[in-house]
Design a protein around this ligand. Structure first.
Ligand SMILES: NC(=O)C1=CN([C@@H]2O[C@H](COP(=O)(O)OP(=O)(O)OC[C@H]3O[C@@H](n4cnc5c(N)ncnc54)[C@H](OP(=O)(O)O)[C@@H]3O)[C@@H](O)[C@H]2O)[C@@H](O)CC1
Ligand SMILES: Nc1ncnc2c1ncn2[C@@H]1O[C@H](COP(=O)(O)OP(=O)(O)O)[C@@H](O)[C@H]1O
Ligand SMILES: [K+]
Length: 467
C-alpha cells in the first residue's frame, strides 16, 4: 500500500537531495550501505530462507545490490550475483570490491526462487537492450518472488513509461522517496507492491500522495446554507447530473439544487428542483447569491443549448466545477477560456478529455501541472493514476484506487463530491484532494462490481473515517 502524504520526487530532485546529504558530511559509501541494508532487510523478510539471485547493474543501483548481497550472505543466506558490466568508479566500485561470493555473467545466470533487480534505478535513460530485457524477463518469470531496488529496471523514474520492464515484480523498494515512476503509467502496473525505505534523506517537494482529509462535524450554529449550496445543471442525459447532485448531497453539502427541464422521476426528496429551460433561465438562476458552487458538464450534451449553458456558467462569479461534456465543448480553447475566469475553477477530465484540451509533453504530472498553470484552474486528471495539480505547483496523486471505478457514472459522482468539498473546504488542491480520497475510499467500501449509484451510498461511510 502506498503511504498517504508521501513526498514524490523526480530523479533530479533525488540526486540533489543526495548531494545535500553528502554536503552535510555523510559519505557516499555510508548512504549506499543504508540503501543496501534496507534492500537486504526486505529481501530477507520475503525470501524466508530460499536461494537468492541478485542482478547488479553498472551504476549506483548496482552498488546497492553489492551491499545487499554481502549483508545477506553474512546473515547466512544462499546468495549468487550477476553483474552486467564493470561497476562505475566510486561507491559502486568499492562495494563491488567487498563482494566475495559467486558471480556470473547475465547470459550464464541460472534462475533462483528469489530475484533481486538491481540493474538500473533512477539512472535509466534509455530502453533496456533487447537481449538483456529478455534474460531479465525470463529470470523474473522463473522466480517465485522478485524485489526491485528503487524502481523496476525498465521503468522511467520520472514518467512511469515502459523502457522494457518485465511483468511479475512483486515488491519495489523505493529508496528515500517515491518517484513518479512508481505511480504513473506502466510503472503503476509493473512495480507490484511499493514499499518505502527511509534512508534518512530529507526531500523538499510540493508533490505528495493523497491523504485522508479531516472533516469537521457541523457545529451548533451550522445550517443548510452555511454548509454550502451546490447547483448542478442538467442537460441531455439527466441521469449523470442526478448522480452528481446526489453525490454532492452525500458529500455533505447543506443544500443541493438540480436545475433543468426534465420530468422528475424517483429521487431523494431532499434534492431541490429548479426549472431551467433556456440559457436566460440559467443565468437568472445562477444570479442567486445563495449559490456557493456550480457543477456543469455531467450529461450536459454538446448542442447549442449546452454551449449557451457553458457561457452562462462561465459568466457567473462563482466557484465552478466542469466535467464531461463541458470539457469536450471547451476543447482546444480550454486554457484561453478558463484563464479569463475570476472565480476559482476545477476541471475533472479523464485522459481523453484532457488530451483534447491540452497539448504538453512529459509525464502525466508535468502535463497536468502545465495545463493548470496555463488555465489557472485546479485540474483533477482522472484515471488509475489520478493527478491533481494546481496553478502554483501543488500536486497530489492517488494511485492504487479501486479498479472497479472503471464504470459509467463514477466520474459524475466525483464531480458532485468535489462540489460538496468546494463549498465546505474552499480553494485549490484541498477540496480536490478530499474528494478524490473520499471517492476512492467509497469505492473500496462498495467493493467489487460497484455501480455509480451504490458508490454514492458509501460516501457517508468514507466521511465517517475523516471526522
Ligand atoms: N539518490 C539516492 O538518494 C540514492 C541512490 N541510490 C541508488 O542509486 C541509483 C541511481 O544510481 P545511478 O544514478 O548511478 O543510476 P543507475 O540507475 O544505477 O543507472 C546508471 C547506469 O546505468 C546505465 N544505463 C542507463 N540506462 C541504461 C540502459 N537502458 N541500458 C544500459 N545501461 C543503462 C548508465 O549508463 P550511461 O547512461 O551513463 O551510459 C549508468 O552506467 C538509485 O536508483 C538507487 O538505487 C542509493 O545507492 C543511495 C541513495
Ligand atoms: N482503472 C481504474 N482504476 C482506478 N480508478 C479508475 C479506473 N478507471 C477509472 N477510474 C476512476 O473512475 C472515474 C471515472 O470517471 P469518468 O471517466 O469521467 O467516467 P464517467 O464519465 O462515466 O462518469 C474517475 O474518478 C477515475 O479516476
Ligand atoms: K532496479
Amino acid at each position: 500500500m502506498i503511504p498517504s502524504g508521501a513526498p514524490i520526487v523526480t530523479a533530479a530532485e533525488m540526486r540533489a537531495a543526495e548531494q545535500a546529504v553528502f554536503a552535510s558530511g555523510v559519505s557516499q559509501d555510508s548512504l549506499m550501505e543504508r540503501a543496501g541494508a534496507a534492500v537486504a532487510r526486505e529481501t530477507a523478510r520475503f525470501a524466508t530462507g530460499r536461494p537468492i539471485l541478485i542482478l547488479a547493474g553498472p551504476g549506483n543501483n548496482g552498488g546497492d545490490s553489492y551491499v545487499a548481497a554481502r549483508l545477506l550472505q553474512n546473515a547466512g543466506h544462499d546468495v549468487s550475483l550477476v553483474a552486467t558490466g564493470a561497476p562505475a568508479p566510486g561507491a559502486a566500485e568499492r562495494m563491488h570490491a567487498l563482494w566475495h561470493g559467486p558471480t556470473s555473467s547475465l547470459y550464464a545466470a541460472r534462475p533462483r526462487p528469489v530475484l533481486v533487480d538491481g540493474l538500473f534505478g533512477t539512472g535509466m535513460t534509455r530502453p533496456l537492450e533487447r537481449g538483456l530485457a529478455a534474460v531479465f524477463a525470463d529470470l523474473c518469470k522463473q522466480a517465485e518472488f522478485t524485489l526491485a531496488i528503487d524502481l523496476p529496471s525498465g521503468i522511467h523514474a520520472d514518467t512511469g513509461a515502459d523502457l522494457g520492464a518485465p511483468r511479475g515484480i512483486d515488491v519495489t523498494l523505493a529508496l528515500g522517496a517515491l518517484k513518479p515512476g512508481h505511480l504513473l503509467d506502466i510503472g503503476l502496473e509493473r512495480c507490484g507492491r511499493v514499499l518505502l525505505a527511509d534512508i534518512d534523506i530529507p526531500v523538499h517537494t510540493r508533490w505528495r500522495t493523497v491523504t485522508r482529509p479531516r472533516i469537521d462535524t457541523p457545529g451548533a450554529h451550522s445550517h443548510k446554507y452555511s454548509r454550502g449550496l451546490v447547483a448542478v445543471i442538467e442537460g441531455a442525459m439527466p441521469g449523470a447530473a442526478r448522480l452528481a447532485a446526489r453525490a454532492a448531497m452525500a458529500g455533505g453539502a447543506g443544500y443541493v439544487v438540480l436545475a433543468g427541464d426534465r420530468p422528475w422521476g424517483e429521487g431523494p426528496d431532499a434534492l431541490v428542483r429548479r426549472e431551467v429551460r433556456t440559457a436566460e433561465d440559467l443565468s437568472e438562476f445562477l444570479g442567486w447569491d445563495r449559490i456557493d458552487a456550480i457543477v456543469l458538464g455531467p450529461g450536459l450534451g454538446r448542442d447549442r443549448r449546452a454551449e449557451a449553458y457553458l457561457r452562462a456558467a462561465f459568466a457567473a462569479p462563482k466557484p465552478l466545477i466542469l466535467d464531461g461534456d463541458a470539457l469536450t465543448l471547451l476543447g482546444t480553447d480550454a486554457a484561453r477560456w478558463l484563464e479569463t475566469r475570476a472565480a476559482p475553477t476545477w476541471i475533472t477530465p479523464h485522459s481523453g478529455e484532457f488530451d483534447r484540451m491540452f497539448a504538453g509533453v512529459g509525464s502525466k504530472i508535468d502535463r497536468t501541472l502545465a495545463a493548470a498553470a496555463e488555465a489557472r484552474a485546479t485540474i483533477v486528471h482522472k484515471g488509475a493514476d489520478t493527478v491533481i495539480a494546481a496553478p502554483k505547483g501543488e500536486v497530489r496523486l492517488l494511485a492504487h484506487g479501486s479498479r472497479w471505478l472503471s464504470t459509467a457514472g463514477t466520474g459524475d459522482v466525483l464531480a458532485g463530491l468535489l462540489a460538496a468539498q468546494v463549498v465546505q473546504s474552499g480553494k485549490g488542491v484541498a477540496p480536490a484532494e478530499a474528494a478524490v480520497w473520499l471517492h476512492a475510499r467509497a469505492a473500496q467500501l462498495a467493493g467489487p462490481a460497484l455501480i455509480a449509484d451504490e458508490l454514492i451510498g458509501h460516501i457517508p461511510g468514507a466521511i465517517s473515517e475523516c471526522l
